[in-house]
Design a protein around this ligand. Structure first.
Ligand code: 2DT
Ligand code: MG
Length: 212
């Protein structure tokens, strides 16, 4: 009955702490999907290439200061400016693999003094709802073995612990928690198999709105 309906792509989001291997896994997954004939595209937030993204990049690189609410709104705006393109791609059948999304937006800002998770979520309400959120976890010991933090804003132990706690509070039925403390290949295999199921199940489902 649905044979002449266009199959949409799935919206697959990766979240997790620093050094959990998100970016590596996103890249490998997109390549694997493409090699098996599935239309797929990699997106990353923040997208530092847009005008808004350049401001975010300067902020993260600590060459530019912004008031905490203002930078939160820019991170959110950086997703909204991608919204129409995301919807078009999904509706044309392209699966999107997304490296960080609104959950990072809320978890990071809410780790700052004086911000609640509830307030932080407001600006992203209504964005496309992910079909799944793959949350890669590492103990802080396992993370430490992967090397130290970099020089960007937020790359500090105490701050990252608050972020991790916020991620726990953001978890909902769309989340799958994945232990990232193993080899790149093993992790990739598990993720690839999980996503096969998600892609098949998403095909004829409408795209819902985040946090509504
Ligand atoms: P990358 O290291 O992944 O480029 O992220 N961040 C990210 C926020 O504070 N708010 C957001 O909305 C997003 C998407 C997480 C750069 C840093 O920016 C943080 C780490
Ligand atoms: Mg980083």
């Amino acid at each position: 009955a649905v044979s002449n309906q266009i199959e949409r792509g799935a919206l697959i989001v990766f979240e997790g702490c620093d050094r959990s291997g998100k970016s590596t896994q996103c890249g490998k997954l997109v390549e694997r999907l493409k090699n098996t004939g599935i239309k797929a595209k990699l997106l990353k937030f923040p997208d530092r290439r847009t005008t808004i993204g350049k401001m975010i990049n300067s902020y993260l690189g600590q060459t530019y200061d912004l008031e905490d609410h203002a930078i939160h709104l820019l991170f959110s705006a950086n997703r909204w400016e991608a919204r129409d393109t995301m919807m078009t791609l999904l509706n044309q059948g392209t699966t999107l693999i997304v490296d960080r999304y609104a959950y990072s937006g809320a978890a990071f800002t809410a780790a700052k003094q004086g911000f609640s998770l509830e307030w932080c979520k407001q600006t992203d309400i209504g964005l496309p709802q992910p079909d799944t959120v793959l949350y890669l976890t590492l103990t802080s010991e396992a993370a430490a073995k992967r090397g130290g933090f970099g020089e960007e804003r937020y790359e500090k132990e105490v701050f990252q612990e608050k972020v991790a706690k916020n991620f726990q509070d953001l978890k909902d039925k769309h989340w799958q928690v994945i232990d990232a403390d193993r080899s790149i290949e093993d992790l990739h295999e598990e993720i690839y198999h999980l996503t096969q199921k998600v892609i098949n199940q998403a095909k004829y489902k409408p795209i819902e709105k985040l946090w509504t």
